[in-house]
Design a protein around this ligand. Structure first.
Ligand SMILES: *[C@@H]1O[C@H](CO)[C@@H](O)[C@H](O)[C@H]1NC(C)=O
Length: 210
């Protein structure tokens, strides 16, 4: 089963820019270089909300079963300075080691934060709302709508993954610590005692003309 899922993503990679995996959208927009490209495979499922219609600055390609997905998004970062640290982030979730995150510095100068240096959801209000929403609601459809409704930020789009059973991998380029961007994982204990792992990827998307 995992093999089939992986081959769907591989197929979409080979045909990149031209077409998409069966059931996905077509993302034939010309790359401009500042996209945050995100690949997630294999996951249980995902949902989007907010300003999430497919367009050059927010494009989602996925397998028909939603178990692998690629996102190309351009964020309107609050701090446009080129010295802001930019990372490539890889989340791996394995049975043996649980969830691990690796953040590789690509450019810029890291700023010191007192807490987690790899906190990529630095607006504490947004971060807290995500925790509450994932813990409060039981289905991912409601979670995704609640993210847009309660965080209530004009121009933001939201992506939420249910990572499902390990293994899974999420890789993201052009990750920054910025008030207009949020990427975080939330562990949730379900009512039956089992745990779920959710990943949220959200932010202010550049307007169509920029
Ligand atoms: C933007 O980021 C740079 C580099 O980290 C920093 O020196 C500067 O103070 C930031 N500007 C604002 C308005 O936060």
């Amino acid at each position: 089963m995992k093999f089939l899922i992986l081959s769907c993503l591989t197929l979409s990679a080979v045909l990149a820019q031209q077409t998409s995996a069966p059931g996905g959208n077509i993302c034939n927009y010309t790359p401009v270089g500042d996209e945050s490209n995100q690949k997630a495979v294999p996951i249980d499922t995902f949902r989007t909300s907010g300003l999430d219609f497919v367009r050059p600055n927010w494009c989602i390609t996925h397998c028909a079963d939603r178990k692998s997905v690629k996102v190309a998004a351009r964020f309107n970062f609050a701090n446009q300075s080129t010295s802001v640290a930019t990372y490539k982030v890889r989340h791996t979730h394995t049975r043996a080691s649980g969830l691990k995150m690796n953040a590789e510095l690509i450019s810029g100068v890291p700023t010191k934060r007192d807490d987690d240096p790899f906190n990529f959801c630095i607006d504490d209000a947004v971060s807290g709302q995500i925790d509450t929403i994932v813990k409060t609601y039981d289905d991912i459809e409601t979670m995704s709508e609640a993210l847009n409704y309660y965080i209530n930020k004009p121009g933001w789009a939201y992506m939420i993954y249910d990572m499902g059973f390990p293994p899974s991998i999420i890789e993201t380029d052009n990750v920054k610590q910025d008030l207009n961007y949020c990427s975080k994982t939330v562990n949730k204990q379900n009512s039956d005692g089992t745990f779920g792992l959710f990943q949220v990827f959200a932010g202010l998307i550049k307007s169509d003309s920029s």
